[in-house]
Design a protein around this ligand. Structure first.
Ligand code: PLP
Length: 233
């Protein structure tokens, strides 16, 4: 027994009650299963249990599992740090790239999408806690970044994403979640070409309920669905 189906049921129930507690319809919250280091069979199991979207972190791993048909019937997002030289392999494969964290990266996504004759949906990653170890734009640059990106014709910004610090108490991240929601709302009011502020992607296994309470409508959940990752294999 992997426990995946029980975990999925429990996560979906927790998402629904967090949404209800915030006065929101649970259907407004999109759950992404962060499936790094979990094989095709475990992804199929999560899909059979009710997960509709999977998020991958590493390009090679995603392509390998894609070849094994891990995601058939599901949607695939890219949520990990993306190097410019790997963009070509992700554009058009991942429906949404959560981790657009620099203008040169966005320019490369645009170039590859144009070559492939498609429009790539992206989220703008914000380094909300100003951590040196993490990618993302400084919060204060959000408006100017959106303005700049609005001139790219083959990318469409669908919202914002953040990875706040790892915390032992989810309450520690509430100020970051609240700051993200404020950025999301402020920038939703401005009108930019090729930008629609549909998704606010934040919240992971340890803090997704707090994120939803603060306004997240997309959560990325790994270990609460698949169990702890074994980094030693
Ligand atoms: C792994 C990962 C997650 C999920 O992490 P858990 O703590 O296992 O839920 C979410 N977002 C990103 C970008 C990740 O790499």
């Amino acid at each position: 027994m992997s426990g995946i189906s029980e975990n999925v049921a429990s996560v979906l129930a927790r998402v629904a009650s967090a949404a209800a507690a915030a006065g929101r319809d649970p259907s407004e919250i999109t759950v992404i299963a962060a499936s790094k280091m979990n094989d095709a069979q475990r992804i199929r199991e999560a899909f059979a249990s009710g997960i509709k979207i999977f998020g991958e972190n590493r390009v090679q791993e995603m392509l390998e599992k894609n070849r094994q048909d891990a995601y058939s019937g599901t949607k695939l997002h890219f949520i990990g740090r993306l190097q410019r030289n790997k963009v070509r392999q992700v554009v058009g494969v991942a429906e949404l790239i959560h981790s657009a964290d620099s203008l040169p990266l966005v320019a490369e996504i645009d170039r590859c999408a144009e070559k492939a004759s498609l429009i790539q949906d992206i989220l703008i990653e914000i380094n909300i806690a100003g951590e040196a170890s993490k990618g993302g734009f400084p919060p204060a640059e959000t408006a100017s970044v959106l303005n700049e990106i609005s001139s790219f014709r083959n990318v469409r910004v669908k919202g914002l994403m953040a990875i706040p610090p790892i915390c032992s108490d989810p309450a520690d991240n509430v100020p970051f979640f609240e700051a993200m929601t404020q950025l999301f709302i402020d920038n939703s009011l401005k009108k930019y070409d090729n930008v629609s502020m549909d998704f606010l992607s934040m919240g992971m296994s340890g803090d997704f309920e707090a994120a939803i309470a603060c306004g997240a409508n997309m959560v990325r959940i790994g270990s609460a669905i698949f169990g702890p990752r074994n980094y030693n294999i």
